[in-house]
Ligand binder design. Structure first.
Ligand code: URA
Length: 216
């Protein structure tokens, strides 16, 4: 799973023990909808620390109770989390708990069950995207079709940067994303063994949307 094969420089495997622990609990098929959602929330906020590690800061002058100092702040409003519907919404609360000022965009793509290709049905972004850094969120980077289509569409708006944050991926998903968008950094908690014929990650955690929303 989290193989010793060297990763491309733009793939960031978040192997923090807390992240790995929570992911294991989520993979368990016995996890209830309630615990799956809570764990995803916690995991997303932990992963948000990694994905925002190189976020720009600016100096501001403040007064502590003792003296004036120059200190750093981020401009959270410049960051946009773009959720790939519907499972991406499961990541939003967690990342927004860490960067509450961030803006949120939504992109709706469904997988054509026959071709597994992504078809867009919804797209709503904040304005002035050229001034913003984007983090696309989706728990599963599987075939890479939705992720790649979402990034292609977002690039039309010319944001300053685009990163991709997921819980789980697999070699096929990474290869597809790398081929279509080698400039996009990917942040993931695990790289699983493979994709099955139905586009599911193995061993994986099942259908993330169904497990988040209790629809299976
Ligand atoms: N989407 C999911 O929800 N799970 C997978 O394993 C692959 C895609």
């Amino acid at each position: 799973m989290n193989s010793p094969i060297p990763l491309p420089a733009n793939v960031h495997l978040i192997d923090h023990p807390l992240v790995q622990h929570k992911l294991t609990l989520m993979r368990n098929k016995e996890a209830s909808t309630n615990s799956f959602r809570r764990l995803l929330n916690e995991l997303s906020s932990l992963m948000a620390y990694e994905v925002t590690r190189d976020m720009a800061t600016q100096d501001v002058e403040i007064e502590t109770p003792l003296e004036t100092m120059t200190a750093k702040v981020i401009d959270g409003k410049k960051l946009v989390f773009v959720s790939i519907l519907r499972a991406g919404n499961g990541i939003l609360d967690g990342v927004l708990s860490v960067v509450p000022g961030a803006r949120v965009g939504h992109i709706g793509l469904y997988r054509d069950p026959k071709t597994l290709e992504a078809v867009e049905y919804y797209f709503k972004m904040p304005k002035d995207m050229q001034e913003r850094d984007v983090v696309v969120v989706d728990p599963m980077l599987a075939t890479g079709n939705s992720a790649s289509a979402a990034v292609t569409r977002l690039k039309q708006l010319k944001p300053k940067s685009i990163k991709f944050l997921c819980l789980l991926t697999c070699p096929e998903g990474l290869a597809a994303m790398h081929k279509a968008h080698p400039d996009v950094s990917i942040y993931t908690a695990a790289i699983d063994r493979e994709l099955n014929d139905h586009g599911y990650i193995l061993p994986g955690l099942g259908d993330a949307g169904d497990r988040i929303f209790g629809t299976q």
